[in-house]
Design a protein around this ligand. Structure first.
Ligand code: NAD
Length: 421
């Protein structure tokens, strides 16, 4: 089962290009425009040494990719994982471009990653790795050019180190260089919960569309990190029942419902959700297939494939993760009548509040949490409705509709700006 997950996740860039081509075709985009948009503007690979606690010096490889900046500065997270590849980072950068366009915020797309295993590194090793990686990519990042944020295995502490390193080089504080920072150094209220909050807002709209109340709905969540664990808490508050969750080691299931806060405490103490009292152990893959109404993949790419899609029981799949569903699986889910809220829409709450954080940093003027949540809800609902309308008009699934909307906006910006020189 695990092999299947890995091989499907191997080439996310091909998957991203395939999704792009489908939308470009439907939009009748010229081949010249397709050539511009199908590849990243810039790919930086860096190999850099880091002193480990043992005294050994290990050389790490990292990337920063900027896909397109015609609608604004590049924006995208930084991922630390042994599975990082250049193709993965390129795919994630492209999805960021479409994501910012679909919610209408003035950013282009970027992504970064370092091949490392943060679970086997000490905090001081991670700090040295982060500071050196920041220095290596500082030739392409900047508060007006490319603004990183957290992603898998990076958090507000890592963002604080990036901000401090960049600021040391400049000679003064540059909070707008990253988003997802701690509040005390220019972070934004609401950023920590933003991705999951956005997932809740669009799922509410989707549930309304199919006439399914969120109260009492059974929810299964793959991945119990920032996006997944907070989504569990927010959906429980909405009256939904969290029946299954998982992390890298596997999953747990209880048809009567799990308490998200207790599961999180258990995971923090034991390092995994596995063994949570009163729950049945299930595999990493089974969490996608348990009886549920709403499925939230919140871990990694390529997990819903042609081979398991027929067994997915959820009526709504809200993609908190980027790229969890392969194009073949998309077709199967669509034909089964499942409503997939595509990643570029479902998880756009994160980058939207990152945009708010960046604006607040540039103005040195900070907003209250109510204002942020309200503004986020307006943006997410507007984007959901625009995508749903497009899907109805074009008789297609929401992914194709979202990609069509986004790609048309980026193509229009590219057309207006023209080709330099
Ligand atoms: P995280 O590191 O906080 O949590 C990731 C979770 O997924 C963990 O529970 C981990 O055990 C599990 N996981 C990771 N890799 C896995 C693998 N190969 N197999 C099985 N489980 C695995 O990360 P996060 O920030 O919650 O991000 C999760 C997903 O959401 C990613 O796809 C990310 O790109 C996407 N996302 C996150 C944000 C954000 O603001 N954090 C925004 C938009 C999208």
């Amino acid at each position: 089962m695990h092999e299947e997950v890995k091989s499907a996740a191997l080439n996310p860039y091909q998957m991203a290009v395939q999704q792009f081509e489908a939308a470009a075709e439907k939009l009748n985009l010229s081949e010249d425009m397709r050539e511009i948009l199908r590849q990243p503007k810039r790919e930086l690979a860096v190999n850099f040494p880091v002193r480990l606690d043992s005294g050994r010096i290990k050389t790490f490889t990292g990337y920063r990719v900027q896909h397109n900046v015609n609608r604004g500065p590049a924006k995208g997270g930084i991922r630390y994982s042994p599975d990082v590849t250049l193709d993965e980072v390129k795919a994630l950068a492209m999805w960021m471009t479409w994501k910012c366009a679909v919610v209408g915020i003035p950013f282009g797309g970027a992504k970064g990653g370092v091949i490392c295993d943060p679970k086997h590194m000490s905090p001081s090793e991670l700090e040295r790795l982060t500071r050196r990686y920041t220095t290596e990519i500082s030739i392409v990042i900047g508060p007006h050019g490319d603004i990183p944020a957290p992603d898998v295995n990076t958090n507000s502490q890592v963002m604080a180190w990036i901000m401090d390193t960049y600021s040391m080089h400049e000679g003064y504080s540059v909070p707008a260089i990253v988003t997802g920072k701690p509040l005390s150094i220019g972070g934004s209220e609401g950023r920590n919960d933003a991705t999951a909050t956005g997932v809740l807002f669009v799922t509410r709209q989707a549930a309304r569309r199919i006439g399914m109340p969120l109260k009492g709905a059974r929810v299964s969540i793959q991945g119990y990190g920032n996006a997944g664990s907070i989504a569990a808490r927010l959906f429980q508050r909405e009256g939904s029942k969290i029946v299954a969750v998982s992390d890298t080691r596997g999953g747990i299931y209880n048809e009567s419902g799990l308490d998200p806060a207790s599961v999180l405490r258990f995971k923090q103490e034991r390092g995994s959700v596995i063994g949570f009292p009163g729950a049945q152990s299930i595999s990493f893959q089974e969490v996608l297939e348990v009886p549920c109404d709403i499925l939230i993949p919140a871990a990694t790419e390529g997990v819903i494939t042609a081979s398991n899609a027929p067994r997915v029981q959820a009526r709504i799949i809200a993609e908190a993760a980027n790229g969890p569903t392969t194009p073949e699986a998309d077709a199967i889910l669509f034909s089964k009548g499942a409503l997939v809220i595509p990643d570029i829409l479902a998880n756009a709450g994160g980058v939207t509040v990152s945009y708010f954080e960046w604006v607040q940093d540039l103005q040195s003027f900070f907003w209250g949490v109510e204002e942020i949540i309200q503004k986020l809800e307006v943006i997410m609902n507007r984007a959901f409705n625009a995508v749903a309308e497009k899907a109805d008009q074009s008789s297609c699934d929401m992914r194709l509709a979202a990609n069509m909307l986004a790609i048309a906006r980026v193509a229009e910006a590219t057309q207006f700006r023209g080709i330099y020189p």
